[in-house]
Structures are given as structure tokens and as C-alpha cells.
Design a protein around this ligand. Structure first.
Ligand code: NDP
Ligand code: OXD
Length: 321
């Protein structure tokens, strides 16, 4: 019996999202079914049972009448959730150790960069100034992580092992060894009050959009060894109020920021973030999605589903993540 086809809808633009590379990987792991890179005029849309997608055009998925599962090729599903015509079939997101470890590397790198005052040290080097600064032990700082899901929980564990005090904030109650966990609107202020370095790994949903604003920054711990609190956002640009970030860097409410994500991506050439001395920016590069790992993950999910098993990491559409 012919197995239903897998349609690939990939609109990324960057090197990692080369459609040809994804097609080659899916051909290798789904050798017994047709893998069609869309658009493909030779494909009968009724043949398609599965779609693996990154930023499909709104409405594009509605063209497959027999679709059973949509696999988002990344962890964040905000772009898909914005498509009001998205077919009502299970939507599966990525949660794999490979991507998780990459994000934890990013978080550890940037927390340590600010903790060890690298901005100051690089500026001193550029100016040929020999001016050592006291370096605090990790235990002198609390890193607060917004979002204690797949990524936040892993980053929390790594930061704990380095010796930081770690706090976390989620929607529902969580328990993580050695992490002071807070949740909901009622837990937010207590979480912020003890946080010296705020790491955001939230999804962008109607509840979280614009959450990183002056109100939140002004509640962060004052009197930190770093002088002023630091923000690290690798969740989504839609979470941050960029005018507030710039204003808070200007008046000292924030001491420095690391931003991997922006409201508009690619970041426009005239954005003040490019040249701001207190901003470390990366081009949405914190945790690459590896085609080898993710194609295997999708193929394994399809095999389990067709054998009557449960899909994993299915998005709750009501919550938006
Ligand atoms: P998960 O779904 O596993 O975790 C999401 C976490 O956010 C959960 O702890 C959840 O709470 C919490 N959360 C959601 N809504 C709220 C809310 N309203 N208030 C408080 N907490 C909330 O997601 P992942 O950890 O896998 O990924 C997180 C995000 O990281 C992705 O959605 C994506 O946007 C971003 N990302 C960015 C990448 C990059 O390269 N920059 C790469 C990959 C992902 P609860 O535990 O109660 O459900
Ligand atoms: C993701 C991303 O959501 O790369 O996986 O941003």
C-alpha cells in the first residue's frame, strides 16, 4: 500500500532553512513515502497526509484535504497560530535534545558574558586600558528565567551547575530541583524582585506579547553586583517592547541586554540596536534547528502515529503554545 505523502513547506530564507537540504534529509528518513517540496505541480494535494513546515504562507496548509498532522520544524509556533485558516489537525512542535542544548549554550554564554563583565573588558581592550574589575562569584547573582518549559528548564539546570542562584517563572506551577519556582500573575513580582539577570524563553502568545516592558524591568532587583539588571531575550521579538528597552538602557533601569530576536527580522539597518554600546545582538541564531535531527524526530513521530501511538509535543491551541 502506498503511504500518504509528506509535503514540505519551507519559507525561511536563511542558510539553515535551505529547502533542498531539508528535502534531502526527509528523503533519507522517509524512504518509503513520497516527500514533496512545495510548490510541486505533480503532487495531488489529496495524497498529502503530513506537512512539515516553517513559516508557511497563511492559507497554504488549507489546500490539503486529507492532512492528518502538521509538524512545525521549530519550537515556536507563533507564526502558525497567526494563521486563522490553519487546518484543525494536531500541530506538533519541536522539542529535541539537540535544539535544547544549543539554546542552553546560548543562555550560558550570555549569562556568563554579562556576569564576567565582558562588555566592559572588551571596551577596555579596545582603548588599551589595563583596568581590572572585581569579578563576583556566580553565587552572588540570581538568574531569573521566564518560561520553564523544555528550554527554560534545561538552561536552569546548567546555570545551577555553574553556581548561580536560579529562579523561574511559568504559567502553571513547576518544581525544578534547586530552582525557586514562581508562576502566574501572582508570582511575577516576587520572581522579578530577586532577579539580577532576566532570561526570557517564553513563547509569543496573546498573553505574553509585549511582556518585556518598563513595568517588568523596573521591578528587577536593584543593588545587583552588576550595578543594574540585565535582560537576555531569546524567546521571540514580539515579547519585547523595544522602545522601553532603549529607554531603560538610557536611564539605567537596565544595565545591558542580549537580544537574539526582534520585532522586525531581519533587523533593519537603521535600528539603534546595531550600534548601542550596551547591546549584544545575534540574528535569531540562539538555537539552530538541525535538519538531520529534526527530520528523524518527525519520521519517528509519524511511525509512532501510524502504529496507533500518541504524538508528542502537540501544541495546545487554546494556550497558543
Ligand atoms: P515550552 O512550550 O516547552 O515552554 C514554554 C514555557 O513558557 C512554559 O514553562 C510555560 O508555562 C511558559 N509560559 C507560556 N505562557 C506563559 C504565560 N502566559 N505566563 C507565564 N509562563 C508562560 O517551549 P520551549 O521551552 O520549547 O520554547 C520556548 C520558546 O523559545 C519558543 O516558543 C520559541 O518562541 C523560543 N525559541 C527561540 C529560538 C531561538 O533560536 N531564538 C529557538 C527555539 C525556540 P507552563 O510550564 O506553565 O506551560
Ligand atoms: C524556533 C526558532 O522556534 O528557531 O525553533 O526560533
Amino acid at each position: 500500500m502506498t503511504k500518504g505523502a509528506l509535503a514540505l513547506l519551507i519559507h525561511g530564507g536563511t542558510e539553515n532553512w535551505s529547502p533542498a537540504r531539508w528535502k534531502a534529509r526527509f528523503d533519507a528518513v522517509c524512504a518509503d513515502r513520497r516527500v514533496a517540496l512545495m510548490p510541486d505541480a505533480s503532487l495531488d494535494p489529496a495524497e498529502v497526509r503530513y506537512a512539515a513546515v516553517w513559516k508557511p504562507v497563511p492559507g497554504e496548509l488549507g489546500g490539503f484535504p486529507n492532512l492528518r498532522v502538521i509538524f512545525n520544524l521549530g519550537a515556536g509556533v507563533d507564526a502558525l497560530m497567526a494563521d486563522k485558516s490553519l487546518p484543525d489537525v494536531p500541530l506538533v512542535r519541536v522539542a529535541v535534545p539537540d535544539l535544547t542544548s544549543r539554546m542552553t549554550e546560548y543562555v550560558v554564554l550570555h549569562v556568563l558574558m554579562h556576569h564576567r563583565q565582558e562588555l566592559y573588558l572588551r571596551q577596555s581592550q579596545a582603548a588599551k586600558v589595563w583596568a581590572p574589575k572585581h569579578q563576583w562569584p556566580a553565587a552572588a547573582l540570581t538568574v531569573g528565567i521566564m518560561g520553564l518549559g523544555t528550554l527554560g528548564a534545561d538552561a536552569a539546570g546548567a546555570l545551577r551547575r555553574i553556581g548561580f542562584r536560579v529562579a523561574g517563572w511559568s504559567r502553571s506551577p513547576r518544581t525544578i530541583d534547586g530552582v525557586a519556582c514562581f508562576h502566574g500573575a501572582e508570582g511575577m513580582d516576587a520572581f522579578l524582585r530577586q532577579t539580577d539577570i532576566l532570561v526570557c524563553l517564553l513563547p509569543a502568545t496573546p498573553d505574553t506579547r509585549g511582556i518585556l516592558d518598563r513595568d517588568v524591568f523596573s521591578k528587577l532587583h536593584r543593588g545587583s553586583p552588576l550595578g543594574a539588571p540585565v535582560l537576555i531575550n531569546a524567546g521571540r521579538g514580539a515579547l519585547q517592547n523595544e522602545a522601553d528597552i532603549l529607554a531603560c538602557l538610557g536611564d539605567g533601569t537596565l544595565g545591558a541586554v542580549s537580544l537574539d530576536v526582534f520585532v522586525q527580522e531581519p533587523l533593519p539597518p537603521d535600528s539603534p540596536f546595531w550600534t548601542h554600546p550596551k547591546v549584544v545582538l545575534t540574528p535569531h541564531n540562539a538555537a539552530d534547528t538541525d535538519p538531520d535531527e529534526i527530520s528523524k524526530y518527525v519520521a519517528a513521530q509519524i511511525a509512532r502515529f501510524e502504529a496507533g501511538g500518541e504524538l508528542e509535543n502537540v501544541v495546545d491551541r487554546g494556550r497558543g503554545y
